[in-house]
Ligand binder design. Sequence first.
Ligand code: ZN
Length: 258
Amino acid sequence: MSDVTPRYARVLHDGAPAYVLVPPAGPAQLLTAAPWADGRPTGVQLAHDAQMLCPVLPSKIIGIGRNYRKHAAELKNEVPEEPLMFFKPPSSLLDPGGTVQLPPESERVDYEGELVVVIGKRCRRASAAQAREAIFGYSIGCDITARDLQQKDKQWTRAKGFDTFCPLGPLVVPLKDPHGLSLQLTVNGQLRQDGSTSDMIFDVPALVAYASQSMTLEPGDVIYTGTPEGVGPLKHGDDVRVRIENLGELAFHVAGPA
Ligand code: ZN
């Protein structure tokens, strides 16, 4: 499917951020605006070595906790009866290829490879069918989490909200069905997570519909849909890659604490 589907990204072009269309073949083209804001191709082609940025600038980043049974079990948590939502601040976003900075406040910072939903249309109190219509596409994210602070603080704002704790990208891809995609995460080339998005407890339309009951979802908002089992700690110098079928690969480095 990745061979025929148009994909979208954001890059630095002549020193300014720009949305681009990445066609199935040929060079990427600049867009007039974000694709979910009716951005049209300008015909301007992009240099091959353009720096990739987060493909979205969300007004909010919603995370879903414990949405895979085996991950809930590995941290000795119950499976929630309804989706367990939290926020990550937009200031935690990290461009593809960037470096996660381990904070001195934590002794245990974990990776969590995740499928990310990108909203395309404003929606509020949506049904599952309306939620499907409101989705623009999908990307790859890593929900970096200071596990010790998550347990200590009870609520998760600090543990999941440090600067650089939200790697995202590099592409946004419209897919008809985001379930049944394989997801792998490697640290220094070693496989640590090997799951499938078909193992989600609450599926993607259910998550979007649920979130929209309490807050208006805006174009460009993103939802991190939870992580499969195999989470584990990061250390200075690690090279992390998250691959999701049809969505490509998100890479980042790890450094610190400074
Ligand atoms: Zn997560």
